[in-house]
Design a binder for this molecule. Sequence first.
Ligand code: NAI
Length: 253
Amino acid sequence: MTRQVALITGAASGIGQALAVAYARAGVAVVGGYFPADPHDPQATRDLVAEAGGQCLMRPLDVTDSASVDALAEQAVAHFGRLDYAVANAGLLRRAPLLDMTDQAWNAMLDVDLTGVMRTFRAAVKHMGEGGALVAISSIAGGVYGWQDHAHYAAAKAGVPGLCRSLAVELAAKGIRCNAVIPGLIETPQSLDSQNSLGPEGLAKAARAIPLGRVGRADEVASLVRFLTSDESSYLTGQSIVIDGGLTVRWPD
Ligand code: NAI
């Protein structure tokens, strides 16, 4: 059987790295993009995928640069001969109260967290034949809740489900499905950043409000994404699925 190929943005850390491992275990080859300006070493993902018996090509990527995104999709086809799935996972998170919000900060956030998703899907779909699947990572911040001091992040993440619904309709005739995943609090470098997110103490405190009693793990989100790109979800498109341990459905105390 021909091995399927998945493109993942932001694959050197957190959810993207866990997804590369999940694909390796499922026999799906991975082309991962890593952002060189960030401190994550792409070799860690290469090693984890190799340990899981998979194949993985890690390449520098900046999702704000269309040429860079196009090049990653081209490398997937050049290296593995096909492209079946694309996961727009790369994300930027910054704290910025409204009165400190510069146009530059606003535009930089949307450029990564919303326009970056469109660039990723546009680049990937060019190389997909009949059939395939796209998944974007939104957030409960914007996707469900508001989040003070993060209006730009929440606005970008709120845009992701709308983008996915529209592409689900537009690409259905090509057999390409498109869904969004809306994670709650997941322990990754992003959420552990005390400056821009909750940090370790904030996560521990927030865990007490989560019905399942803990924050989520990156591999738990990765399982859902892998399911959404597999044939097991063949009739599922245009949906936004919350994965949050019950946080957004609990009765407020
Ligand atoms: P992370 O910070 O480990 O992953 C984000 C990745 O995006 C990093 O590898 C980073 O280098 C990459 N990236 C940033 N700017 C980029 C650019 N311009 N071009 C290419 N790559 C770039 O954190 P995490 O949590 O794994 O984030 C993955 C996704 O999940 C993000 O979209 C994030 O917003 C989203 N998310 C995370 C939640 C959490 O609690 N950790 C909750 C809800 C959503």
